[in-house]
Design a protein around this ligand. Sequence first.
Ligand code: AMP
Ligand code: ZN
Length: 134
Amino acid sequence: MDCIFCKIIKGEVPCSKVYEDDDVLAFLDISPNNKGHTLVIPKQHHETILDIPDELLKKVIMLVKKVSIVLKKDSDGINILQNNYKPGGQLVPHIHFHIIPRFENDNHKFEWSHIKYEDGEVEQYRQKIENLLK
Ligand code: AMP
Ligand code: ZN
């Protein structure tokens, strides 16, 4: 499988590692939004958050929190991003969390465009999602 993050885990591609244990790895993003932008990944290859086993996801998200606490020491805010599938902006198909330090007036725009529901649609969506979650 031609997965760049699996190659990093195997040591075939270098990375700027900040933490590693048996299950998870954290390293600096090669093309950061801000300096210190860190990626957290499981060592096992799973494509998206829909695929990763819960127990492993817990380990990943705990490291995301730990990295966030560290990055916040030298920043004013933190963005945590996690993209799934190409339309969701996922370029590397090995689940990863971005932890991005933010600074007052860094002028980055992480803005979503907003749309409106038609009349009655909010309730349709609410009911459908609620039922699927049962
Ligand atoms: P995403 O769009 O969520 O899949 O983001 C993938 C991220 O991986 C991007 O921010 C890239 O800059 C980063 N990336 C890709 N290759 C490498 C690499 N070899 N080392 C570090 N970061 C990488
Ligand atoms: Zn992989």
